[in-house]
Design a protein around this ligand. Structure first.
Ligand SMILES: [Zn+2]
Ligand SMILES: [Zn+2]
Length: 256
């Protein structure tokens, strides 16, 4: 019982701690001049972001407060399911299939809602445009969005993938922390060599950077893991990474 309680608490707070640690590391790394060659935007371009970093931090903290409340409610529901089933630790194969299911459910939920938020002028103007104020994304801006967007896409999407996969809270701790790291990485603004996410996931910092540009609003809706819905439904914009004359890299679309 105590163990379950600690898993539940960890499931709520670890992804938040992970968010600030991982994005904090990127904030530090981003200060190194030696890594400028891996930046997707020159330093000066951050001025294009119309919100201050303090506003972004506050906005993200509001999202995370929502996350905690919904996670609390979620774990309360799961707790009532009976204790016996939860004491059995699933096999690694079962955990792996639960993780695949949860990634598929989260990707599907987020793709269609994210795309709809671009199709509906009302939703874009009043809700999703807030996330797009960061035309030059940076790591701790990953969860900067309207509280309703955070609630529906991230928190409810996360809850649904958790419930659909049948994972236990301990696997949930891992899944939510992993999804958090992946989302932060997609906004890091860097293309660092050796980043394993670039190998395993079509959606990554360059792919999502295209979406954050003005011309990218109709493409690359995938988040946070795989790009299959973009490919199936014709919203996939391939890109090349080219060296900028002034240094650093630029993710350039391969379509007009
Ligand atoms: Zn968008
Ligand atoms: Zn984004």
């Amino acid at each position: 019982m105590e163990l379950m309680l600690s898993d539940e608490l960890l499931g709520m707070f670890l992804p938040i701690v992970v968010y600030w640690i991982y994005s904090g590391l990127y904030a530090i790394v981003g200060k190194f001049d030696s890594l400028d060659e891996y930046r997707l935007h020159p330093r000066g371009e951050e001025a294009k972001n119309v919100v201050s970093k303090a506003t972004v931090v506050k906005g993200v903290l509001v999202q995370q407060a929502f996350q905690v409340i919904v996670a609390l409610a979620l774990f309360t529901i799961v707790k009532d399911d009976g204790q016996a089933a939860k004491k059995v630790q699933p096999s690694y194969l079962a955990i792996l299939s639960q993780l695949m299911i949860s990634m598929f459910v989260l990707d599907t939920w987020q793709y269609f809602l994210h795309r709809y938020m671009h199709i509906s002028k009302f939703l874009y103007k009043h809700i999703h445009s807030k996330h797009h104020t960061l035309v030059v994304p940076y790591a701790f801006g990953a969860l900067y969005s309207h509280p309703l967007e955070g609630l529906i896409l991230d928190t409810i999407g996360g809850a649904m993938s958790f419930l659909a996969s049948g994972m236990n809270p301990r696997t949930g701790i891992f899944f939510f922390s992993f999804a958090t790291i992946k989302t932060v990485d997609d906004h890091c603004g860097l293309w660092l060599p050796g980043n394993l996410f670039h190998i395993f996931f079509g959606n990554n910092s360059a792919y999502h950077d295209i979406h954050h540009q003005l011309y990218g609003g109709k493409y690359n809706f995938a988040q946070p893991f795989f790009v299959m819905w973009d490919k199936i439904l014709g919203t996939h914009m391939p890109y090349t990474l080219e060296k900028r004359k002034e240094g650093g890299l630029e993710a350039r679309p391969l379509k007009d």
